[in-house]
Design a protein around this ligand. Structure first.
Ligand SMILES: [Zn+2]
Length: 442
């Protein structure tokens, strides 16, 4: 392995990034601007357009060499004006559940659908009990495993209920799917997220219920197994809409065609403001370039901020970026994804050839000075994946994500949940990684 020791003198850069970053915590100002300009910005919505204009303006304001939008078409889905769930209990009692439609769901029939419920925890259990499921709404109630330290793993193990619960429900002859919110929080706030249907198969409406609502429903079903639910959803899918990835860069002085991407995704689920998911990643990318500008650093390789569109319900932005004609003649050295919330950073996941992890660990002492020297082998992220598959190195900003899924895809994902210093620390870390890759290569 070459270059086990970083070039001497980088300690001064660490110190300069740290001072320039924490002195103003400018990432948080960008965050404020973005969520004020576009609090709701699901792909194809008017808010997504506002978010594109707002971030392009930020990139111009900090003095990027190039600011442009690369166009693409995105799927478009709207929540509509109402979404309700009412439990019909014995002796004419009624109770409301806090629910929200899952992204991509079809609407219920006009006036809603009313049906009994069957509670299951796995697709296998549903398969075993499919005779009972016919004509009912399937209630998927498997929680995120609280004993798993890595919350993204726990999320991954539970999210199949949300993403494909409606497919399994329809195959069992059910008329709808109600999914326990995929969150670590125990509260009354439902969490949305992408779901999909199988081509050529029946499409049944799907909604998420809050975790407290799920607990309440489970209790009620034990005493009143015949209770019924009236579900009303007004969501709909519209034709694909024009949109784009927003790009700003500082062009490299020595190797302008060698590109290092630092990225966030601009689209966000519509229930909250997407402050953590992923306005944080976007404004950190802007802040990386601002730090280079403030310190007057002209990198050897091009450092490019990309605000990808449509990460949440289609990943069209990541695919379009990798395939765009603008990529011709460019060589992507590395892509850095920040999409685990704007929390205190710990280091990076590293994805690439087998020796890459060992090569980047030569920089570990510099990152340890910032309290975030952990480099582990692992997935970098959805948007960068198509370009990483073409041979670029992938990095994912790792943070303290114990609370991420409390807010994720819900009305709770608002700017008050983001701490200015923690957000800034992530940007400083990304700036340092961009700098080191730019100066030394990988
Ligand atoms: Zn995200």
């Amino acid at each position: 392995v070459q270059g086990r020791n970083p070039t001497p003198g980088h300690e001064a850069i660490v110190s300069a990034f740290r001072t320039a970053g924490f002195d103003s915590c400018h990432a948080y100002d960008f965050l404020r601007q973005l969520v004020a300009a576009a609090p709701h910005r699901l792909s194809g919505s008017p808010g997504a357009g506002s978010a594109m204009r707002a971030t392009a303006q930020m990139l111009r304001d900090i003095g990027c060499d190039v600011v442009r939008v690369e166009s693409l078409l995105v799927p478009r889905w709207e929540r509509g004006s109402f979404e309700t769930a009412t439990l019909l209990l014995p002796r004419g009692r009624k109770e409301r559940l806090n629910i929200c439609a899952l992204g991509g769901s079809v609407a219920t029939p006009k006036g809603g659908l009313t049906a009994g419920l069957i509670e299951v925890h796995t697709f296998e259990e549903l398969e075993r009990r499919r005779a009972e499921a016919k004509g009912k709404v399937v209630f998927f109630n498997r929680p995120m495993d609280p004993t798993v330290l890595h919350t993204f793993s726990a999320y991954g193990d539970a999210a199949d209920q949300r993403s494909s619960g409606a497919i399994h429900a329809a195959r069992a002859g059910a008329v709808g799917a109600l999914v326990r919110s995929v969150t670590t929080a125990l509260d009354d706030v439902p969490h949305t997220g992408a779901m999909h249907y199988a081509d050529g198969e029946p499409e049944v409406p799907a909604a998420a219920v809050s975790t407290l609502g799920a607990a309440r429903l489970s209790t009620l079903l034990r005493s009143s197994p015949d209770l019924r639910l009236t579900l009303r959803l007004s969501c709909r899918s519209l034709p694909d809409a024009p949109s784009g990835n927003v790009i700003g860069q500082i062009t490299g002085s020595k190797f302008p065609n060698e590109v290092i991407v630092v990225r966030g995704h601009l689209d966000a689920w519509d229930k909250g403001h997407g402050a953590h998911d992923d306005a944080s990643g976007c404004v950190q990318a802007v802040e990386v370039l601002r730090l280079f500008r403030e310190l007057g650093i002209r990198p050897k390789r091009t450092v490019r901020a990309v605000m990808f569109m449509n990460e949440e319900n289609g990943s069209r932005g990541g695919k379009a970026y990798a395939a765009a004609p603008e990529r011709r003649g460019e060589e992507h050295v590395a892509l850095i994804e920040s999409d685990r919330g704007g929390f205190a950073p710990r280091g990076f996941s590293v994805e690439g050839d087998s020796a890459l992890l060992w090569r980047v660990r030569r920089w570990q002492p510099l990152f340890e000075e910032l309290g975030a020297g952990s480099f582990v082998s692992g997935y970098s992220g959805t948007d960068v994946e198509p370009t990483v598959k073409q041979g670029a190195a992938g990095f994912g900003l790792m943070v303290d994500f114990q609370r991420y899924f409390d807010y994720h895809h819900s009305a709770n994902d608002t700017i008050d949940k983001v701490h200015p210093r923690e957000l800034e620390a992530g940007a400083i870390l990304e700036a340092l990684l961009c700098y080191l890759i730019s100066e030394e290569g990988l």
